[in-house]
Write a protein that binds this ligand. Structure first.
Ligand code: PHE
Ligand code: ZN
Length: 884
């Protein structure tokens, strides 16, 4: 590993020798310290002599003094683990360079110079998957955020924009396809069996958007005509055998391109758009200019190997990366603290796109579920940070649910407050004003403010303050008046003990109990710590529906009767609010039962009320199955833990399972009938058929809990009858959670049927690691020894160990074995792939919110990791913040 944190030790200096033995703290980078780079780099030319084990890079930079920055004769070119082969300045070989840590420093006397640097790297040894690496016999790059400095020395920061000319040269058999950003300008063959391609990208870009790919690939080729008549060639490059699984990705791409024209007025700006699928990738995908690199998971899909959820994942990620061409590439970030400028906005754009492509309410519920499951815990724990962080040690640790998903919610609130049309005026102004720039979140807010005519003065606090606001809601009724009392509390977070009130846009409706209707939705904005709102003309106390559509990313504490929740769960015309009422009903019951606050009779009556509400959902003909399926999702154990000041994951698991069993037993006939009806719907990708598949597996889960014998038999039957992955995986998930011969047979059949298909084998690992089975830890330990398991492939690591770490009952095993296992994984993975290793730390970081015994064991594991020698910057930062 080449994280250069241990300084070399000059002989004979005991003080320094001592310092060298104590691992040095990686420095903290602060937002307020931003300075423009003293040099501009208008043009870059790169020459790659490609080889899997040795690649030689000749980089030629045209540099000039930056008039907008304080002058400096020194230019700092970042490197990471690189060695200089040679340096030339203005055509003359130079020895006048020095190293400062991993960076190369040059002194330049004049206004403008040409720097030529030669480096040589070994892509096959690159297990971090940052920079240039080998994957499955091909070469590819990943440069965001700071991977380019692992290829060549460069001012590797997003505010240095250059046009790139790249010549790729390599063996024609090993690398028949040579791809880079922009347009292909020329190609040629040499006599020694090598060939070359020269690419030019006319759009200035920061180094993090650079990409190249070289290897044996085949393309699904199509085309798109833009709104102004530009013919764009579209290619999706994959491995030979995977071509027939690229159709959905191609359709998704064309839909994205059309949608961005229609919804945001954004047109594509090159004649070529390439996507490449690679099987070794740290994240989902990457928006490199004109050459998106994707995790295979978000490209390949067909009915036999991908679930409906996988299809949606492909569509959403293809859209996300495509949308970055404007929100990210044409307008990029000034510095990495502004990451949410591109990510929050692009997530909002992909969410709105997916809402338009399918069921908008269902998509909204899914997005809120992700926010609550991933972002709320972040915001309430030691790793909490504002969507625009103030400091970091390793930027890779800030590709978080906060920056992405809460960032999207913050922009969505602006849109809610001004409405779609004015919001579009704001985004038009933003794109127009900042095109070609490296911008800030403040630039974005100002453009929306001016373009949409919206005062966002106080709203800016959403960028600077971390923590999920808690809103306390009480509705009072007297005479003809309903009065809504609201107060807000933004909790203290690390480094932010005191908070200012935030503007909270809340959509609400007041229901008349008799007519079961309301007079129209209203939007109020709570912008002080406390406020009251009055509503006239209510002879009877109305039922309050609030935060409809999840208009603000907050926690609502409402003083509401169980009967009123039952009313809203049955009658609310806002699908999200209806879902929310049912969730609230279940959450408040489970909180009480977990705390042991319920007498048997109380528990029975609450379970009866919940089962009745669910039966109403099953019987409501006005619901489609996709929405019905959403309403049937029980609040997750993670979300339940989040609603409690101190959580006992063991109790939460027991009570939630017991509730599922009670509902399954009570509604056995209803669920059996639902399963039968849904099983008769033939496979298609239409919403009705997708809905049927969704409720089918939901029904199985309830039945398996309520009547294990019956559930097992039905799951096995569903598995055997399955003609698609959604049904097959759903059935296998249920079977994996219970003992029996069906479990063994189905797991064996699934493996044999799909062995060799990496993405499906990932599912096989993940199903077992994410299982409800009581022996999951033992299964996971055994699977870690399986010949198909490897620590070198992030998808495989995630499929086994992430699935385990996010499986609450297994991870939180009472004896602490889950914590030990995850700590072992972090320590073993850190030297191989620090970025992925660090992503496991937040689970242990939840220690302060757990009951004392588990809390102590989690902390102990964090301390064990902290005391390990030579931790990466990534893991060091996450562990020290988690303990802090
Ligand atoms: N920028 C990518 C996205 O959100 C995510 C990413 C970050 C990928 C860092 C790789 C490395 O679309
Ligand atoms: Zn993104």
């Amino acid at each position: 590993m080449d994280i250069a944190r241990t300084p070399s030790t000059p002989d004979g200096n005991p003080e320094l020798a001592d310092a060298a033995r104590t691992p040095q703290e990686p420095p903290t980078i602060r937002r307020e310290d931003y300075q423009p780079f003293p040099w501009t780099v208008p043009e870059v030319s790169l020459d790659f002599d490609l080889g899997l084990e040795a690649t030689r890079i000749v980089s030629t930079l045209k540099v000039a003094r930056n008039p907008a920055a304080e002058a400096s004769p020194t230019i700092r070119l970042n490197g990471d683990g690189l060695e200089v082969v040679s340096v030339a300045i203005d055509g003359e070989p130079s020895n006048g360079w020095t190293m400062d840590g991993d960076d190369l420093l040059l002194t330049l006397p004049g206004e403008a110079h040409e720097i030529r640097i030669v480096t040589e790297i070994d892509p096959s040894a690159n297990t971090q998957l940052m920079g240039l690496y080998a994957s499955d016999g091909m070469l590819c790059t990943q440069c965001e955020a700071q991977g380019f400095r692992r290829i060549t020395f460069f001012p590797d920061r997003p505010d240095v924009l250059s046009t790139y000319r790249v010549k790729m040269h390599g063996d024609a058999e090993t690398f028949p396809v040579l791809l880079c950003n922009g347009n292909l300008e020329s190609t040629g063959k040499d006599e020694d069996g090598t060939h070359w391609a020269e690419w030019h990208d006319p759009w200035p870009k920061p180094s993090y958007l650079f990409a190249l790919v070289a290897g044996q690939l085949v393309a699904n080729t199509d085309s798109f005509t833009t709104m102004n008549g530009r013919e764009v060639t579209l290619n999706i490059y994959v491995r030979d055998g995977d071509l027939d699984r690229t159709g959905h990705a191609m359709e998704s791409l064309k839909k994205s391109m059309r949608w961005d024209e229609e919804t945001f007025g954004r047109e594509y700006d090159l004649d070529l758009f390439n996507i490449v699928a690679v099987s070794d990738f740290n994240m989902g995908a990457m928006e490199n200019k004109g050459l998106n690199v994707f995790n295979t998971k978000y490209v390949l899909a067909d009915e036999d190997t991908a679930t409906d959820g996988d299809f949606d994942g492909v569509e959403g990620v293809i859209a996300h990366e495509y949308f970055h061409n404007w929100s990210g590439n044409r307008i990029t970030c000034r510095d990495w603290f502004q990451l949410s400028l591109k990510e929050g906005f692009t997530v909002l754009r992909d969410q709105l796109f997916s809402q338009d492509m399918g069921s908008a309410p269902v998509k909204r519920i899914e997005d809120v579920r992700v926010l609550r499951g991933a972002q709320f815990p972040e915001d309430s724990g030691p790793l909490a940070h504002p969507i625009r962080p103030d400091s970091y040690r390793e930027i890779s640790n800030f590709y978080t649910a906060t920056v992405y998903n809460k960032g999207a919610e913050v922009i969505r609130m602006m849109r809610t407050m001004c409405g779609e049309e004015r919001f579009r005026k704001g985004t038009d102004l933003y794109f127009d004003r900042h095109d070609g720039e490296a911008a800030t979140c403040e630039d974005f807010v100002r453009a929306i403010e001016e373009g949409a005519g919206l005062d966002l003065e106080q709203f800016r606090r959403w960028y600077s303050q971390a923590g999920t606001p808690k809103i306390t809601v009480r509705l009072e009724h007297a005479g003809n008046t309903a009065t809504l009392h609201l107060s807000q509390d933004v909790p203290a977070t690390p480094g932010q003990p005191e908070k200012q009130p935030m503007p909270i846009p809340l959509k609400l409706a007041l229901f008349d109990r008799e007519s079961k209707s309301h007079r129209g939705e209203e939007l109020i904005v709570l912008d002080s710590q406390e406020a009251s709102f009055t509503f006239e003309g209510f002879a009877q106390p109305p039922v309050l529906s609030i935060n409809r559509g999840f208009s603000a990313p907050v926690v609502i504490e409402r003083d509401i009767a169980q009967d009123d929740l039952v009313f809203l769960a049955a009658h609310d015309d806002d699908p999200f609010a209806r879902y929310e009422a049912l969730q609230d009903l279940i959450v408040s019951h489970l909180k009480q039962s977990v705390n042991g606050d319920l007498a048997d009779a109380e528990r029975d009556s609450a379970r009866t009320a919940i089962a009745a509400a669910i039966r109403a959902v099953l019987q409501d003909d006005a619901l489609d199955d996709l929405m019905r399926g959403e309403l049937l999702v029980l609040p997750s154990e993670t979300y339940l833990a989040e609603t409690m000041a101190v959580a006992d994951p063991g109790r939460i698991h027991e009570e939630r399972q017991a509730l599922r069993a009670a509902i399954g037993a009570t509604l056995k006939d209803d669920f059996s009938a639902l399963h039968k009806r849904a099983s008769a719907v033939p496979y298609s990708l239409q919403p009705e058929a997708r809905g049927a598949r969704k409720v089918k597996t939901q029904a199985l889960m309830f039945l398996a809990a309520g009547d294990p014998e019956l559930g097992r038999a039905m799951a096995w039957a569903q598995y055997e009858a399955a003609d698609n992955m959604t049904d097959r995986q759903g059935a296998l998930m249920v079977l994996t959670g219970v003992d029996g011969i069906e479990r063994t047979n189905a797991l064996l059949d699934f493996y044999n049927r799909y062995k060799g298909n990496a993405l499906v084998v990932d599912k096989w690992f993940a199903l077992q690691a994410g299982s409800m089975h009581p022996n999951t830890i033992e299964h996971v330990k055994a699977l870690a020894e399986h010949p198909d398991f490897t620590m070198k492939n992030p998808n495989r690591v995630r499929s086994l160990f992430m699935a385990f770490a996010y499986n609450p009952h297994a991870f939180h095993a009472a004896d602490g074995e889950g914590y030990r296992l995850v700590a072992d994984v972090i320590l073993a993975l850190d030297p191989i792939n620090p970025q992925t290793a660090a992503r496991f730390v937040p689970q242990l970081g939840k220690w302060r919110r757990m009951e004392p015994k588990r809390s102590a064991m989690m902390k102990e594991q964090l301390e064990r990791i902290a005391s390990a020698p030579a931790l990466s910057r990534d893991t060091y930062e996450q562990v020290s913040r988690s303990l802090g």
